[in-house]
Design a protein around this ligand. Sequence first.
Ligand code: VG1
Ligand code: CO
Length: 588
Amino acid sequence: LTVTTESTEPIDGQKPGTSGLRKKTKVFMGKNYLENFVQSTFTSLKSTGVPIEGGTLVVSGDGRYYNKEAIQVITKMAVANGVKAVWIGKDGLMSTPAASAVIRCREGGFVPFGGFILSASHNPGGIDEDFGIKFNCENGGSAIEKVTDLIYQNTQSIKEYKICKGFPNIDISTCGTYVVGDKVRVDVFDGTEDHVGLLQKVFDFEAIKKLIARKDFSMVYDSMNGVQGPYARKVFVDELGAPESALMNAIPKEDFGGKDSPSHGHADPNLTYAVELVAKMGLNKLGERIGSGDSVPDFGAAADGDADRNMILGKQWFVSPSDSVAIIAANISCIPFFKDGLNGCARSMPTSGALDLVAKKKKIPCFVTPTGWKFFGNLMDSGDEKYFPDTECYTPFICGEESFGTGGNHVREKDGMWAVLAWLQILASKNKDESKPLVTVEAITMDHWKTYGRNYYCRYDYEGVASEGANTMMSNLKEKCGTLKGEEIKGMKVESAESFEYHDPVDKSVSSNQGIKIIFTDGSRIVFRLSGTGSAGATIRLYLEKYEKPSGNLALSQFEVVKPLAAIALEMSDLTGKHRKLHVLRKP
Ligand code: VG1
Ligand code: CO
């Protein structure tokens, strides 16, 4: 196993965003692009004392184009950097939450120091689309900013990388253990094992099985041709007894079905892209009912490309992600893992305040973090004496984001399958008696609103904006914040305006410039922020929210309700309708 040291030069723009480094696939395929990032990661880890030499590394991805090739390159570089064991999912596949589960709990005689997840999540895949890579640490969570900043620094000064060119390509289509040369060991295994095993400990599968067996209950699950297919088959069909026909698009594809598929290759579980599922559930793209609903299943759900996102639907009913996490929190004792309740919960800042209301009633803290799952990790690790000896423990813990991400502390990533099982478990617990009519997803949502009120919510995405213009807009808004307080705009008075800054209560780190947050005296809210997951240009996200109390009108169109806020937001920011794309809509 001869190690070669190849010379290289820094490549611009290798700064990880909200969730890793994402670029056009061809950029990743360019000379040294992947190699520079991987070497910079190893160098950073070594400099902070992570035991790479002799260590175990997990490498897998969501199966998009270039996944398999990248795995071979990373394996050869890992070995050259001293790694002694590499763990790879069969066919190179592992969903993002599954990779987190493998890093945290797989029993293979070694404890991995982390893993590379190859994914650009919901972004389309293919040679002309997107590829991505991120490093997850020993806790199974995406590297925190301190680490990604260091990796970025190293990409700017890199001069060489190490690779074992002679290391054989591993046959990742066959499970097995490959021992190469001086006792380097590569394990290829079924990437669903650990994750599904863990979920069986979190949920009561028998109870869910009984729900699925009810004659008056039917469900469908859309894997959107992403990595979730094999997991969906194992969980819903093999374990829970759902018919094969409950599975949609369950075969992972390198392009997630491509441009000509109903989703246009966007494995993104929302009303816009999960076209087939949404139609099957008797809804249109705006979340409005179409047709009589007669043959519509009682439950529908979908995952994104790397299966960390989820969408929850009932019969002709859409559950917004912000509501979903709140409803799960309100019903948390239905789930065995949380039978003793929660110690804390969290949401990203742009996510609606529905969860806060539940937390208040439960008298537990609700943390508000910047966008991106990595900020939840410290909160979930807070009880870990090894890292945070003097911190209050916030686990058991759940958290969510408005962008269809929900999860708990069983792993350190959002978990699309977890969210679906959480809903099924809640449904199962409310539907134990088969002689009574089914308590539906809609009824559970309505009940929730009648108890807590409804946070009408809408998000607009302005895609393909020039970066410079977007940055100027954000800095103008930041400047305006200083004088907005007390001002009246279109009949609404500003209560506060600020650029969101997060102070991590566990490691005390500070993250600034996480979005502009404007709150009005009636509690309504406008948030602006720049996306950190794009592969080119900029995307501005605008989030609007208006709260209605339990006794108020809970059955309006959220689009109509937030319209006045949209008008104010446009006036403040000089955004025009030109790039606007409606992202999330819901209508009862
Ligand atoms: C988006 C979402 C964010 C999510 C991130 C990663 O980030 O808004 O909530 O955590 O994607 O999700 P941004 O910076 O583009 O707004 V995934 O499923 O793409 O890993
Ligand atoms: Co994802």
